[in-house]
Design a protein around this ligand. Structure first.
Ligand code: NAD
Length: 466
């Protein structure tokens, strides 16, 4: 189904790096690994293409972004099949097909936003306006968990604002991203969108390159810090979407049965490998047992297996390293006396499958609570006072998303105002919307993506006064 795409992106040469299916450990294809010199060549192409791209104006660029969205839709099933094999995420549910569909939806939404800027002062004596101009060449460095969607999040606003882009996909999921870029390039002018697959040296070169004016980065806190340091000499603008450890607080007036399904998917979306998923759940004493029971019931019954089986809704961990992190944290919790209410026993089969796991009666400072597990294991912590729950929620260095759950929206908002996070959802979690800005605080990074704020983030402001 996707063999044509693999041929077109040159991923059939067995001397290149083998990419394994995380569900079966079979080789899917071979990814070329590019060098630092290839980065320089790609940046130069993007630099040369940028003036003409900026000169086209918003209407023409938006038209091309809409055409690019159509091109994705035409290849949607092939892309989803490839993504499912390379990343492991199932085709069905909130997974591969959804990710592909959201990628074209995001492009369309971004093509349609009003351009930011306008009149600042006009009082008869002074007239001042602000406009947002292209930066030049943007570097887009991404992770493996939502490789297509995050690439689109980075490139759609950048292109819309008249920048050209050099993309560096994660070394774990290069095939999906190279295919995406290949499809987009069937519509975009040459040089506007370049992709350079490779390891961290490729990312490091992008971070320091003098001809790149902005980095859009999504990934770990550690790498975010390395990029900030490497880009300091050239004073690049940065948007850093880094790690999270999102808290969800369930208030004492909730009906556990009614919210269990939404909480489960808020935590286990993409088999838990989502930056802004629920990673620690604080539940009021009076409904604690019932909430844990309802979540465990779902965890035991959601089908997990190879992504290409239409019935499965949970898949393997994308890579062995991530599997080891999840297994270690659950073992630490078990050894400390916490209760494994569902899952917790690794599956004896090929692939990186770790069962959906609910851990209860766990201390708030347990490693499974305070470290980012980034996988299918949810610690549920009991609280007896809301002040205590808020204090625990705010006790970590990260602040990406959070959510508060209550039958009374005003009560939830009151609590939400006290929670330190870039986004606080009320009675939902991890539902991104192209119109609504998204970004972290504290060590989860800085800069906003999406909507008009996202467009500003990939532009430089210019003020006219007089
Ligand atoms: P990672 O930081 O290991 O890798 C991300 C990318 O950075 C890869 O392409 C990698 O090759 C590149 N890279 C590595 N070293 C580099 C360097 N020195 N300079 C430049 N680039 C370098 O992250 P990951 O393991 O792929 O992703 C998982 C992490 O990403 C989790 O912490 C997760 O929370 C976070 N994440 C955050 C968001 C968000 O929106 N905030 C979204 C998804 C994932």
């Amino acid at each position: 189904m996707f063999s044509q795409l693999l041929e077109e992106i040159g991923a059939t040469d067995p001397t290149h790096r083998a990419i394994l299916d995380p569900a079966t450990e079979e080789i899917i294809a071979y990814a070329p690994e590019r060098s630092v010199a290839d980065v320089d060549a790609a940046v130069e192409k993007a630099r040369q293409a940028q003036k003409a791209w900026a000169g086209m104006g918003h209407a023409e660029r938006s038209r091309l972004l809409l055409a690019a969205a159509d091109a994705i839709d035409e290849q949607a099933e092939a892309l989803a099949q490839l993504l499912s094999r390379e990343n492991g995420k199932p085709l069905s549910g909130p997974n591969a097909r959804m990710e592909v569909a959201q990628s074209s939806e995001w492009l369309r939404a971004t093509a349609g936003f009003d351009t930011p800027g306008g009149v600042l002062v006009d009082d008869g004596k002074t007239r001042a306006t602000i406009s947002y101009e292209p930066i030049g060449v943007v570097g887009a460095i991404g992770p493996w968990n939502w490789p297509l969607m995050i690439t689109i999040w980075q490139i759609a606003p950048s292109l819309r604002m008249g920048n050209t882009v050099v993309v560096k996909p994660s070394e774990y999921t290069p095939l999906s991203v190279m295919s995406l870029v290949h499809i987009l390039n069937s519509v975009l002018p040459a040089g506007v969108l370049e992709v350079v697959p490779g390891g961290r040296e490729v990312g490091a070169r992008i971070s320091e390159h003098a001809d790149i004016g902005k980095i859009m980065f999504t990934g770990s806190i550690r790498t975010g810090r390395a990029i900030a340091a490497a880009s300091a000499d050239s004073l690049k603008r940065l948007t850093l979407e880094l790690g999270g450890n999102d808290a969800a607080i369930v208030l004492d007036d909730c009906d556990p049965k009614q919210i269990a399904e939404d909480i489960f998917w808020g935590a286990f979306i993409n088999t838990g490998q989502t930056c802004a998923a629920i990673k620690r759940l604080y539940v009021a004493d009076n409904i604690y047992e019932e909430m844990c029971g309802a979540l465990a019931e779902i965890a035991r019954n959601v089908p997990m297996g190879p992504g290409t089986d239409e019935n499965n809704l949970l898949g393997p961990l994308q890579n062995r390293q991530q599997y080891e992190i999840v297994a270690r944290l659950v073992d630490t919790a078990r050894n400390s006396g916490a209760n494994i209410l569902a899952g917790g026993e690794p599956v004896e089969a090929p692939g990186n499958f770790y069962p959906a796991t609910i851990v209860t009666d766990i201390e708030p400072d347990n490693a499974l609570v305070v470290e980012e597990q980034f996988g299918p294991a949810l610690p549920v912590i009991r609280y007896s006072s809301i002040d205590q729950a808020v204090e625990w929620a705010n006790s970590l260095e990260v602040g990406l998303g959070a959510s508060v759950w209550s039958a009374d929206r005003e009560r939830a908002l009151d609590v939400g105002r006290r929670v330190e996070a870039g986004t606080v959802w009320i009675n939902s979690h991890a539902v991104p919307d192209p119109r609504i800005p998204f970004g972290g605080i504290k060590q989860s990074g800085y800069g906003l993506e999406f909507g008009a704020e996202g467009l500003k983030g990939v532009a430089v402001p210019k003020v006219f006064n007089g």
